[in-house]
Design a protein around this ligand. Structure first.
Ligand SMILES: O=C[C@H](O)COP(=O)(O)O
Length: 257
């Protein structure tokens, strides 16, 4: 079964009422590949604004969600509040939160479980640092990040895995198509081993890290790259080219599981 292409736009802590409305109106008017699932993740403050203006069929993700129900958790947002606001996805485990805010695998796993239990889809980020890559630990690091989630969650049908090598984020140093495909294929093998053939075949594994309108086409042709998580370029018109990159991709074969 072919996996639907998925492109997420992570605005990170960028934008204003004005600029976010502008990006949304650009997306609303653009001709987008109807076979690509598109999800944008504006800062929390602008989630409702985005939902109000973004046309139906394009979805919105929070950049984070807490693992506890509504209550005394200053500064956090609950799964119920996302649902109440028609926000259907959340990012979790982004390296900027893992590194800067010191979120560990167990916390990311707890939040993933809470989101899925509440019916929110999860774009689950994983990825290695340059030091880990250079010491040959990429696959070990990535699979251990995913394993923490697999210990708590057996149904991965509402998880999209985003492989984002930390050294490629915001640096302009995109992973080569071979480097990205190699890790994506290893993640799929790991899914097969841990969660079975169906999960391995159906789970989308998207790539993030300096994706641009220039490099997206080659990456999108790789058999195990099912889309992108885009940072900087999601704030620019180039985002539409990235959403449409799959239109120009060659027919992809099933990966060798
Ligand atoms: O979530 C998106 C990633 O961190 C990639 O960011 P970037 O495209 O600016 O490198």
């Amino acid at each position: 079964m072919a996996r639907q292409f998925f492109v997420g736009g992570n605005f990170k802590m960028n934008g204003s009422v004005e600029s976010i409305k502008k990006i949304i109106s650009y997306l609303n008017d653009a001709k987008l590949d109807p076979n690509t699932e598109v999800v944008i993740a504006p800062p929390a403050l602008y989630l409702l604004l985005a939902r109000e203006h973004l046309k139906p069929g394009l979805e919105i993700a929070a950049q984070n969600v807490f693992d506890k129900p509504n209550g005394a958790f200053t500064g956090e947002i609950s799964v119920d509040q996302l649902k109440d606001s028609n926000i259907t996805w959340t990012l979790l485990g982004h390296s900027e939160r893992r590194v800067i805010l010191q979120e560990d695998d167990a916390f990311v796993a707890a939040k993933t479980k809470a989101a899925l239990d509440g019916g929110i889809g999860v774009i689950l980020c994983c990825g290695e640092s340059l030091e880990q890559r250079e010491s040959g630990k990429t696959i070990e690091v990535v699979t251990s990040q995913l394993k923490a989630v697999a210990e708590k969650v057996k149904d991965w049908s509402k998880i999209v895995i985003a492989y984002e090598p930390i050294w490629a984020i915001g640096t302009g140093k995109v992973a080569s198509t071979e480097q990205a495909q190699e890790v994506h294929a290893a993640i799929r093998q790991w899914l097969k081993k841990e969660l079975g053939d169906k999960t391995a075949e159906e789970t989308r594994i998207i790539y993030g890290g300096s994706v641009s309108e220039k490099n997206c086409k080659d990456l999108s042709k790789q058999p195990d790259i099912d889309g992108f998580l885009v940072g900087g370029a999601s704030l620019k018109p180039a985002f539409v080219d990235i959403i449409n990159s799959h239109l120009y991709g060659e027919e992809k074969g099933n990966s060798r599981l």
